[in-house]
Design a protein around this ligand. Sequence first.
Ligand code: PHE
Length: 335
Amino acid sequence: MKDKLESIKKAFQEDLVSCDTAERIEEIRVKYLGRKGAIADITKNLSSVPNEEKSAIGKAVNVLKNKISETLEEKQKAFTSSTKKKDRIDVTFEGIRRNIGSIHPLTITLERINEIFMHLGFRIAEGPEVETEFNNFEALNIPLDHPSRDAFDTFYLGKNMLLRSHTSTVQIRIMKKKKPPIQAIMPGRVYRPDASDAAHSFMFHQVEGLMVDKDIKFSDLKGILNIFAKQMFGEDVKLRFRPSFFPFTEPSAEVDLSCIICGGKGCSVCSGSGWLEILGAGMVNPKVFKKVGYDPEKYSGFAFGMGVERIAMLKYGISDIRLFFENDVRFLKQF
Ligand code: PHE
């Protein structure tokens, strides 16, 4: 009997070594203290022990039983407190900060331009970046010998197809599809194989505007662009229209904004002139109307086109166009 008690004690010690999960503690408890466990088994056989030894053996069984029970209880306690520690959330611990993105300055600028014109009744229209030579040049009255038609100034994609060099192509698409009245702006990417520097990029964004109906006049163009300039840059700005030339508008104008840095007095940003060029505009050339099947005697209209990068650079005081496309978060997170 004594030997049996010894071997139970030894087996228990051995089992303790592998006792590292809650399930294992329970398993061991059942094995020794359960109804059919080792202690119950030995208690059952106590009757076969000679009377004079009974009380000593009985005591020894009890001592072992208590010892096993205490040891397991301690194990259980140590185990639960250590898992609790692991699961507990330390609210004073510094967290992992997630980087939150911000809206790209070109998107902010484009959305603001869209919003201003939408309030003035313009719809937004889009067209593909891969265009036909007809939509990019011919329909817009750009002659065959015009320098922009040269492969050097335009990305050609094989015969008659190219990456559009301006969003004026969308004017043609709209007018071919729909009769006047038309009042739309056309934002999008355009491509010109310019070497990139602080002022040039081979890809940039434009917003074209087009309004066609009976009796649209140059004064309508001036009125709309004045409202746009004031909403975009502030009530104090002025616009100046300088005579210019575009094959698809007649008359044409280059439009300048009074310098938003010096207010027109002359500074380094406006090269002392007090004015900043911001867009091209004019009355739609009757030759363009004929190309799309409109009667130039019946309809008139204006068109304008501006560079989104240029507007954003003026608005935010950005001096290098390449910053928009470098994806440097130190630049992007300022907006
Ligand atoms: N398409 C011209 C450009 O890319 C801009 C423009 C548009 C000028 C509409 C007049 C009218 O430079």
